[in-house]
Write a protein that binds this ligand. Structure first.
Ligand SMILES: CC(C)(COP(=O)(O)OP(=O)(O)OC[C@H]1O[C@@H](n2cnc3c(N)ncnc32)[C@H](O)[C@@H]1OP(=O)(O)O)[C@@H](O)C(=O)NCCC(=O)NCCS
Length: 181
């Protein structure tokens, strides 16, 4: 049983896919997530996220959760991390640092936005990734008008570098380096 406390992360599992399907249809997620693949069917969720569960593509998928007073897991969102270099399909083609990881995330419950939960989630993921000594930097790429996400990422240690064009369109490239000890 887990102890109550902050946001934790565990790998996405097959049993999470119906829940993930439901989350991907929430209006606050649809607004900023998915691009052409927004509002997927359950079969499409299996096809897209299943390989991430089985570590068959370069993206690692996570469920963010808190632990309730009864010790039960309360899933609060989805996150993913990837190695930028060699992503393919036009993504991060100029990246030469094998230690650069990237992250994307959303909260499940639209009534809990803007209350600091996302910052906790991002910090937990950043800590998790920097626990690997091979990781030198972490990036994220919100839409330049997604001010809530940008502010959240700033609070979690990211700094805006520049606007870029990705295969999903214009993005604000934000980066944080491994903290010096
Ligand atoms: C992005 C997301 C994970 C951030 O989590 P969150 O819990 O809402 O963020 P936080 O509350 O930790 O931080 C948000 C900050 O933005 C501020 N903010 C909220 N709306 C804002 C707006 N329209 N303009 C500017 N700042 C805004 C909040 O006040 C807060 O800053 P503060 O603590 O200095 O007051 C969450 O909002 C989310 O899931 N959004 C929908 C999907 C999404 O956009 N995903 C990201 C794709 S890149």
């Amino acid at each position: 049983m887990n102890a109550p406390g902050g946001v934790q992360l565990r790998p996405l599992a097959d049993t999470d896919l119906p829940r993930l399907h439901r989350w991907l249809h929430e209006p606050h997620v649809l607004e900023w997530w998915g691009g052409e693949d927004a509002a997927p069917t359950l079969d499409e969720v299996h096809a897209h996220y299943g390989p991430r569960i089985r570590a068959e593509d370069g993206v690692q998928a996570w469920i963010a959760f808190k632990t309730g007073p009864d010790g039960a897991e309360q899933a609060i969102g989805y996150a993913q991390s990837y190695t930028a270099m060699g992503s393919g399909d036009g993504w991060w083609a100029d990246e030469t640092d094998p230690g650069m990881r990237g992250i994307d995330q959303f909260l499940a419950d639209g009534s809990r936005l803007g209350q600091g939960l996302g910052t906790q989630l991002v910090r937990a993921l950043v800590d998790r990734l920097f626990a690997d000594p091979a990781v030198t930097q972490i990036q994220t790429d919100p839409h330049p008008t997604n001010r809530r996400a940008i502010r959240c990422y700033e609070k979690a240690g990211f700094r805006a570098v520049e606007e870029i064009v990705t295969p999903d369109g214009t993005a604000l490239w934000m980066v944080q380096r491994r903290p010096r000890v």
